[in-house]
Write a protein that binds this ligand. Structure first.
Ligand code: SF4
Length: 160
């Protein structure tokens, strides 16, 4: 249940923060855009043309896991927002090479997934999405699962 609120109410907070930061940079004289709030943002067949997780990976914040969530130094089960600005900012060093370097492949998330959408090769998005639809029917307007991201014990190997 906490995950459902984090997903919906948490996203409201992140959206407010995106807008605040974009306005702050614009007032400081830079160009700024939050891609996921932009009119060009689109989701087709559950695939979006902007991914906060991929931006986080590129920005050095963490790597993907077997269940395709992001593992950071603070752990998993986080929510991410991004803005693009014209300001020159010193980049965070990217402390990894492989896309899934912080995942130990311990399999804890495989065991936790209700519809068995995860296996040793990754996540079947269609199976996961179909399960999420069932949660919307129960908890509308909220929906979500997140059991793979809160798997305990999860032996993620992100350096602290
Ligand atoms: S969100 Fe739920 S259904 Fe989807 S992969 Fe994770 S545990 Fe499985």
């Amino acid at each position: 249940m906490e995950w459902l609120y984090a997903r919906i109410e948490g996203e409201i907070v992140i959206t407010a923060l995106r807008k605040y930061l974009a306005a702050w940079f614009e007032e400081a004289g830079y160009q700024a855009v939050s891609p996921s709030l932009d009119a060009r943002f689109a989701v087709v067949d559950r695939k979006s043309n902007w991914s906060e997780r991929h931006v986080a990976f590129a920005a050095g914040l963490g790597t993907f896991s077997l269940n395709r969530s992001l593992i950071t130094r603070a752990g998993a089960a986080g929510r991410i927002g991004s803005i693009i600005v014209s300001a020159v900012i010193e980049p965070t060093p990217r402390a990894y090479q492989a896309f899934d370097e912080y995942c130990s492949k311990c399999g804890a998330c495989i065991k936790r997934c209700p519809p068995q959408a995860i296996d040793d090769n990754g996540k079947d998005n269609a199976v996961c999405s179909a399960f999420l639809d069932t949660t919307l029917a129960r908890f509308k307007p909220r929906y979500g699962c997140g059991k793979c991201q809160t798997a305990v014990p999860c032996e993620a190997t992100a350096p602290v």
